[in-house]
Design a binder for this molecule. Structure first.
Ligand SMILES: Cc1cc2nc3c(=O)[nH]c(=O)nc-3n(C[C@H](O)[C@H](O)[C@H](O)COP(=O)(O)OP(=O)(O)OC[C@H]3O[C@@H](n4cnc5c(N)ncnc54)[C@H](O)[C@@H]3O)c2cc1C
Length: 310
């Protein structure tokens, strides 16, 4: 395995921002993953497993950790069941399901990153979520150094949330139970979604996806809801973008980081942006939203070596 010192994480994040990891290694097999963890233990170095780096804001100072990039891939079909290794690129899984005429994951077409990263954050799009058709997972517990099998209901999935954000389990393998569908319809739907997504996220855009989580309207108090125009509530959610737009976020910028003129929850790096500028711009508008609506925005993106935005 090729352990690299002071590896710039901007090379492996879709935002193209992030300072050096003390050490970095890419792993292709479970054996290598476990060896990398053992290596970190021996060096007394904390470790962080990442997938496609598409949901990360990493500090300009980097991290004093061994960053392990998960490249353990593979899709194995047993009827309508798919056993998928967690480092598999989500789009590869989506393409596989479409080719096999299986529905359940196809609406996630265009969501970057790996299957493991998607499960960690319970990624979703167009009313469909990665956990919808998940049956069980195999994880590695670095504390006991053993594998654990978890049923979907044991994973605490919620809106862009799972227990993996609070435990330190590493997702190794997922078992999905999909439903047979019509191949041509699946292809058509996927192409339509791709077209819509390309409008919002043009290929090559340097961003980590939407920065803040939307709110489930039914979970907000009436004191808060009274200040939010009803037409802003879509599919039972109050989009963070709508709140950010109402406090004037669209088009604002700090140096190389700009908020999209067409989407107030999309912070884009023009190529010269820093994590500091991103953080300060995001914080500025979280404070404005708090002031106007009495509501605390919560990042969907994982902050690495940065203080919480409260
Ligand atoms: C252009 C663009 C569009 C996007 N659109 C959407 C969208 O429509 N819907 C949506 O939900 N998200 C969207 N995202 C966000 C992102 O794509 C998802 O969150 C994605 O699932 C993250 O996967 P990843 O492999 O890149 O994770 P990473 O960014 O590498 O990691 C994210 C977190 O997951 C943890 N993690 C990764 N792998 C594992 C593992 N095997 N075991 C345990 N923990 C792990 C990491 O430690 C980290 O905390 C978008 C992002 C971009 C850049």
């Amino acid at each position: 395995m090729n352990f690299q010192n002071n590896y710039l994480l901007s090379q492996v994040t879709t935002l193209k921002i992030g300072g050096p990891a003390k050490e970095f290694v890419s792993v292709q097999t479970e054996k290598e993953l476990i060896e990398a963890i053992t290596y970190a233990r021996q060096k007394n170095l904390p470790f962080l497993v990442i997938g496609g780096g598409s949901n990360l804001l990493v500090a300009d100072e980097g991290v004093e950790k061994l960053v392990i990039q998960n490249r353990i891939t593979g899709i194995f079909q047993k009827g309508n069941n798919l056993i998928v290794k967690s480092g598999t690129i989500l789009q590869d899984l989506v393409n596989f399901t479409i080719e096999k005429g299986l529905t359940g994951i196809n609406k996630l077409t265009g969501v970057p990153g790996t299957v493991g990263g998607a499960i960690y954050g319970n990624a979703g799009a167009y009313g469909s979520g990665i956990s919808d058709k998940l049956v069980e997972l195999i994880c590695f517990d670095p504390t006991s150094e053993e594998k654990v099998v978890l049923k979907t209901e044991e994973c605490g999935f919620g809106y862009r949330d799972s227990n993996f954000k609070r435990n330190n389990l590493i997702i190794l393998e997922a078992n999905f139970d999909l439903t047979p569908g019509n191949l041509e319809e699946l292809k058509k739907e996927s192409e339509e979604i791709k077209r819509k997504r390309d409008g919002k996220y043009p290929p090559g855009i340097k961003c980590p996806g939407s920065f803040y989580k939307n709110f489930v309207a039914s979970e907000l108090s009436t004191d808060v809801l009274v200040n939010i125009p009803k037409e802003k509530i879509v599919y039972g959610k109050v989009p963070a973008g709508a709140l950010l737009e109402m406090v004037g976020a669209k088009g604002d910028r700090i140096d190389g980081i700009e908020i999209a003129s067409y989407h107030a929850n999309l912070f884009i790096n023009n190529g010269t942006g820093t994590a500091k500028d991103f953080y300060n711009l995001a914080k500025k508008y979280a404070e404005k939203v708090k002031q106007k609506f009495g509501i605390t925005l919560e990042p969907e993106v994982q902050l690495i070596n940065l203080p919480p935005i409260a």
